[in-house]
Design a protein around this ligand. Sequence first.
Ligand code: MG
Length: 256
Amino acid sequence: MTRTFSSLTAVFLISLVQLSAAQAPMKWKIHDLNRPLPPIVDPGTASTQDAPGHAPSDAVVLFDGKDLSRWVDGDGKPARWKVENGYMEVVAKTGNISTRDSFGDCQLHVEFAEPSPGKGESQERGNSGVFLMSTYEIQVLDSYENKTYADGQASAVYGQYPPQVNAARPPAQWQTYDIIFHRPHFKDGKVTQPARVTVLHNGVLVQDNVELTGPTAHGERPPYKAGPDKMPLQLQDHGNPVRYRNIWIRELQEGQ
Ligand code: MG
């Protein structure tokens, strides 16, 4: 009897939890005409190999092919990468470049082209990187017929997650990353919500809302360290002349 009662109670409690979880976000009646409509956004246009597309109307354009006015080097001085023909190109030994502005949760669009003809092997072939919050690297590498360790190939969360598939294009062709990133949350110096990232490489889903173990690094997986809610976006100088064009970002409302 007691057992039956306990089971029933458990079932009831579980149902209650499920019910409240399902109902919690539903403060609006179904099809409620008073419910605010989403803002209207011009979605822009997609890029082709020959020409970059246009960013959505509510995006911040970080690089439109003309200048590096939104970027600085490691010393906070104007970035010294080369700009020509609508793209920027890594200039070896000038260092990583960072945005002047800081970002947390975001949707980020980046296009890159690998050096052609390809030179070097493994990690020495077209290496660069997109560092979210200057801390979490989505690897940029020439991964077209170039073998390296799985968690270091193009679109890997470096040292943590290989992409689900290798969707790389050959050198010289423009490639896209579309990244959705949620920053880590901290309380009293400890992480309460790890960072999460989704990545589409050339339109193909390669990272599906993966939970980062902490900052990305070479040869180690360091733990999270509490920091600001927003930090600059960074592109890596790994010594290879990788090109970038059409970079834009949309800041996301937190908790969405
Ligand atoms: Mg890299």
